[in-house]
Ligand binder design. Structure first.
Ligand SMILES: [Zn+2]
Length: 258
């Protein structure tokens, strides 16, 4: 059972018990309010940290692998930058995983097709990457995912088995949608912050010292800055004799449905 399921009941019992005890004047009200606030903070924190596996099981790295392998992952494409990313991966003979947005696949179907043709894995990152993702009802989460499944299938012939929620946010509705659609949730254990940090050196300094066997690295194929960072990162990986493989190969799971 997932943590969320039983922790929810522990708090419900605590709050009910606390309410009864407060009603009979045995504890002050602030104790009851503190428990409620703690539950709220835990829920919000867990929704932003997929690695807690709080709402849904998330695959974020492979700690058991004993080869020098990692998985480079790129979110939010395809964009006009993606061909340059693909050229670099080809030049250094490395494979990656692209968590694509449906709207972008519709705009650049040839790039999506190229990803698959060149041995990279394509995966689902919702249709629109809406900022409201964490607040959508289950039905709308399902629609976001299914629309993208159809678009990716039309462009590449592949039916994705892997999903990464936008912003790494999970909650009960996203968990239910993933279970319903039989999708595996993929996280990361190295976040480059390449959409936030402007200095390429700082981004590289966030990634390189953290690389270990089995790491999953989060990047975005949305800016020239990331393409520049990637080139240096690939040089570094080559020097350290690390190979990037598709995330499904690293985690030993299936990238696509049959
Ligand atoms: Zn994203």
């Amino acid at each position: 059972m997932l943590k969320h399921s039983y922790i929810k009941w522990i708090f419900i019992v605590l709050i009910f018990g606390g309410f009864v005890t407060w009603f009979f004047d045995k504890i002050p009200l602030y104790v009851l309010i503190s428990v409620l606030i703690f539950w709220l903070i835990l829920t919000v924190w867990a929704s932003f940290d997929m690695r807690m596996n709080y709402f849904v099981k998330t695959h974020s790295s492979n700690t058991k692998v004993n080869r020098n392998v990692i998985a480079l992952t790129f979110d939010d494409g395809p964009t006009e930058i993606t061909p340059e990313i693909l050229n670099l991966l080809e030049k250094f003979n490395q494979k990656a995983t692209f968590f694509c947005i449906g709207k972008q696949v519709e705009k650049y179907p040839e790039i999506a097709k190229r990803m698959v043709n060149e041995g990279h894995t394509i995966a689902n990152h919702t249709w629109s990457h809406t900022n409201k993702m964490g607040f959508l009802p289950e039905k709308d989460v399902v629609n976001e995912i299914v629309s993208n499944q159809k678009t990716i299938k039309k462009a590449t012939g592949k039916e994705c088995h892997l999903f990464r929620p936008p912003f790494g946010v999970t909650n009960p509705n996203i968990a239910k949608a993933c279970n319903k659609l039989n999708l595996l949730v993929i996280g990361w254990n190295i976040r480059s912050l390449d959409t936030v940090i402007s200095s390429k050196t700082k981004i590289l300094n966030r990634i390189i010292p953290r690389i270990k066997k089995g790491s999953v690295i989060l990047l975005h194929d949305t800016s020239q800055k990331t393409a520049d960072v990637l080139e240096q990162l690939l040089i570094d990986l080559k020097e350290k004799e690390f190979q990037s493989v598709p995330v499904d190969e690293l985690l030993q799971i299936k990238a696509y449905k049959e």
